[in-house]
Design a protein around this ligand. Structure first.
Ligand SMILES: [Zn+2]
Length: 260
């Protein structure tokens, strides 16, 4: 399929990202509340009125309905179109830029996982294992296929080892730091994302880990300095680790451009 331009695949990924983003909103609403993802179909949480297919079109419906339920006019969070747009943009960028092309489906799975867990962490202060393990299992299958494509199974091995090592390191932090600063969810998240980053090479797993800690550390200091958060407040660390993972994936482009 070498004759198909990468722009085509990137556009397909963007459309898929819009649809998946819509599903991620369902995941974000239902998983933390222990509700089934399949049944019932989408409904307004306020008036329980089922949402018609034509009112469930990613991004467009939110604007057509001016961010309110058609039935009861209760406002629908801006999170809905934002998650859809973010997923589409990140899928497009990944497929368009990240090399090799064969690894990009796996990376899209990682990003879908970190987008949904980050929003849940911000809203509920938890990183559901169900989502992280699903991301890991689907990711491992796709990473195996990609390793087969590039005839390099060492990459898969280095990913798995990187995941284990990163998980153990953060688990040690979990044990020695005061309770509440690092959660077991963070340990699982860093292990899962390091499997994907380690596939590109050790330095990317280390970079993702370091960037997550640095971005998280500075943001926490900033939030404390500006009085947005207080010392006793819990701050969700998952989104920062996720930002580190996204930055590390895109850093492969720089390394690629410099030929190192
Ligand atoms: Zn309603």
């Amino acid at each position: 399929m070498k004759h198909v331009p990468v722009t085509f695949w990137a556009l397909v990924a963007a459309i898929f990202g819009l649809i998946l983003g819509s599903f991620l909103n369902v995941v974000i609403y239902r998983i933390p509340n222990n509700k089934s993802l399949i049944k019932p179909r989408s409904f307004c949480p306020k008036c329980n009125h089922p949402i018609a297919a034509y009112d469930n079109i990613p991004i467009i419906s939110w604007f057509v309905l001016r961010g309110a339920c058609r039935n009861c006019k209760t406002s629908i969070s801006f999170q809905y179109p934002m998650v859809e747009l973010l997923t589409a943009v990140i899928f497009f960028t990944t497929v368009y830029f990240v090399k090799p092309l064969s690894v990009t489906p796996a990376i899209c799975v990682l990003f879908a996982g970190v987008i949904s867990t980050s929003v849940i962490d911000l809203k509920y202060m938890k990183l559901p294992s169900k989502i992280l393990y699903t991301t890991l299992v689907i990711g491992l299958i796709l990473l195996t296929l990609s390793s087969y494509q590039v005839h390099n199974f060492t990459r898969l091995l280095s990913g798995v080892v990187a995941g284990l090592v990163a998980g153990v390191i953060l688990f040690i932090f979990f044990l020695i730091l005061p309770p509440g600063s690092v959660g077991l969810g963070d340990v699982r998240l860093i292990a899962v994302q390091s499997v994907f980053l380690g596939w590109f090479g050790w330095r990317f797993a280390i970079l993702g880990f370091a960037l997550g800690i640095i971005v998280g550390g500075f943001s926490t200091l900033g939030l404390l300095a500006f009085g947005v958060k207080k010392m006793k407040d819990k701050i969700a660390f998952g989104p920062f680790l996720s930002i580190g993972a996204v930055m590390a994936v895109y850093s492969t482009l720089v390394f690629h451009a410099w030929n190192i």
